[in-house]
Ligand binder design. Structure first.
Ligand SMILES: [Cu+2]
Length: 201
């Protein structure tokens, strides 16, 4: 009997407290929700700004160059990007250099008797007018050979890419975690590509 009275009193006390509080809390919670939505928007904008970098060389648009962090002592790194040719003449990515690497090579990965292999593409990559060529895992990529130091996550990597007609253009690779694929670089619905393991040189 006593217990019931006690709990009832507590219940009433709580109700008395929550009634005015509820009035105060409603706009407060709305405000915090708005703030958190705004904050989320700001965060996603920052993420876009960090990954969706665009560089121009004449009629060529180079979109979000990205690379993967490498373990200590690793001698090779890899770079990916998208090149769009908005012009009327074909062009060709022929070479590149970077202070971070001894040399840059243009490579292609392909299946050879069920084994993923990569090979240099000395002639470079052609980008026809109106065409978009994607350098991506499992396909064309820029191989960074003889790395001077490991490629560090979050530390942009500068390189100079040279096109046959558009000439040289400085780009900056966004560096993601090893094995990671930036969302911007992997269109929805695209199956995850296998990384370097299993690849023979
Ligand atoms: Cu390669």
């Amino acid at each position: 009997m006593r217990r019931i009275q006690f709990s009832r009193r507590r219940f009433r006390n709580r109700m008395d407290l929550t009634a005015p509080e509820a009035v105060l809390l409603l706009p407060l919670s709305r405000l915090s929700m708005k703030t958190s939505i705004l904050f989320a928007c700001m965060l996603s904008l920052a993420a876009v700004a960090a990954t969706a970098q665009e560089f121009k060389a004449g009629p060529l648009e180079i979109d979000h160059p990205w690379s993967r962090a490498t373990p200590k002592g690793a001698k090779v790194g890899v770079g990916f990007l998208t090149i769009k040719n908005t012009g009327t003449a074909p062009d060709r990515l022929v070479s590149g250099t970077s202070a971070a690497a001894g040399k840059l090579e243009i490579h292609e990965m392909s299946m050879d008797n069920g084994v993923m292999k990569m090979r240099p593409v000395p002639a470079g990559i052609e980008i026809k007018p109106g065409e978009t060529v994607e350098l991506k895992p499992g396909s064309f990529h820029i191989m960074m050979m003889d790395l001077k130091e490991p490629i560090e996550r979050g530390k942009p990597l500068k390189a100079l890419l040279t096109f046959e007609k558009a000439g040289p253009v400085e780009v900056e690779f966004t560096v993601v975690a090893p094995g990671a694929t930036p969302a911007a670089a992997a269109p929805a619905g695209m199956p995850g590509m296998p990384g370097m393991p299993g690849m023979k040189r």
